[in-house]
Design a protein around this ligand. Structure first.
Ligand SMILES: Cc1cc2nc3c(=O)[nH]c(=O)nc-3n(C[C@H](O)[C@H](O)[C@H](O)COP(=O)(O)O)c2cc1C
Length: 332
């Protein structure tokens, strides 16, 4: 009889359980592809899976996954992307998600972004002790944006941002919705907002060098290269594919983060090697939450960080700053 402790679930076991539990409540989504088996999501996966490491197993260094973002010391470059209980569509995500996820992010020393939602939810998230970033939607009503920005600053968010990729509405399958709710904001409007906010401002949903350069000239502190898990625009270029050229163009002037399609610690290492300072997870955390609540989120984050640490050691990187494109070999 085995006397070993029960092993913690792996990432793929967590995703499978989350998927099974979602099916039980009638939510039938393909694993981590957003709601749809979209071309962008599949191309993202294909690209990440075409990147390989050349490991060395003699004189393996210890590795430290710590980073500093927005002046905060974090223990991991894996972060919680701006997830939310979407008020516009029926959602299965439990109301307790902010504390379930926030407590884990606080314990793990990971950045937590939070998307659409009210002040109560934001306060509960900040109260977990996590380093919180509020991402505000590009609402039609600019006063609402300012109110939400001031609210986020007053509640102790370390940065705020806007998912400008929702300016043309939300994509639901091939249906575009919420075009009356959101709109694009001019460069002048964004510049004024960013200047007024006084804490770091993030432009989320950048997929072009042009937007990345504009984010710099508008005074943003960071961008998230992201396709919103294919909820904003279909056939947008996969985030990890466009990431290196964006980093080459603006990486010395602005902090470049990435999300959309990353699932594991090895994916995080690939994102870092492609030039991102940190790598976000949206759906993976939702699956983890649905698999086992806060314990599922904790297991997933621990798993991601342990795999990242192990792979950093194997490619000879003692710190996140040591990770560079040279650790990757592409086999298309
Ligand atoms: C349930 C859910 C809600 C989301 N809500 C928001 C939101 O309110 N604002 C936002 O900027 N992004 C939102 N996103 C997008 C994520 O921040 C992120 O860009 C995307 O999920 C990353 O891709 P991934 O799911 O493949 O990790 C949401 C994602 C999920 C899964």
């Amino acid at each position: 009889m085995s006397t070993q402790n029960k092993e913690k679930p792996t990432a793929s076991e967590i995703y499978l359980k989350g998927q099974e539990n979602l099916k039980k409540i009638g939510v039938d989504q393909p694993l981590i592809l957003g709601n749809y088996a979209s071309a962008t999501a599949m191309a993202t996966r294909q690209y990440l899976d075409s990147l390989f490491f050349i490991p060395s197993f003699i004189d393996i260094p210890e590795a430290d996954t710590a980073i500093t973002l927005f002046g905060k010391q974090l223990k991991t470059p894996a972060f919680c992307s701006a997830i939310s209980r979407n008020p516009y569509i029926p959602t299965y995500i439990p109301k307790s998600w902010v504390t379930d996820v926030g407590n884990v992010m606080a314990r793990m020393g990971a950045l937590m972004m939070i998307g659409i939602g009210g002040s109560d939810e934001l306060q509960k998230t900040v109260d977990t002790g996590a380093s919180v970033v509020k991402i505000i939607k590009p609402y039609h009503d600019i006063d609402l944006i300012y109110n939400k920005a001031r609210d986020a600053v007053s509640r102790g968010c370390i940065a705020i941002g806007m998912d400008t990729d929702f300016s043309l509405g939300r994509l639901h399958g091939d249906r575009v919705t919420l075009t009356e709710t959101f709109r694009q904001h001019s460069s002048d409007e964004l510049k004024q907002l960013i200047a007024e906010v006084k804490i770091p401002f993030i432009i989320k949903g950048v997929l072009s060098i042009s937007d990345a350069r504009k984010a710099v000239s508008l005074g943003a502190s960071a961008i998230v290269v992201s396709n919103h898990s294919v909820h904003s625009f279909a056939f947008g270029i996969p985030a990890p594919i466009v990431l290196p050229e964006i980093v080459d163009s603006v990486g010395k002037r602005i902090t470049v983060l990435v999300d959309s399609g990353f699932k594991t610690g090895n994916d995080v290492l690939k994102g870092l090697a492609l030039g991102a300072k940190a790598v976000g997870f949206g759906y993976p955390l939702v699956y983890a939450l649905m698999a086992d609540g806060a314990a599922g989120v904790e297991n997933l984050m621990e798993n991601i960080n342990a795999e990242l640490n192990r792979s950093m050691r194997a490619v000879g990187c003692a710190t996140v700053a040591d990770v560079s494109r040279s650790v990757l070999v592409e086999i298309p």
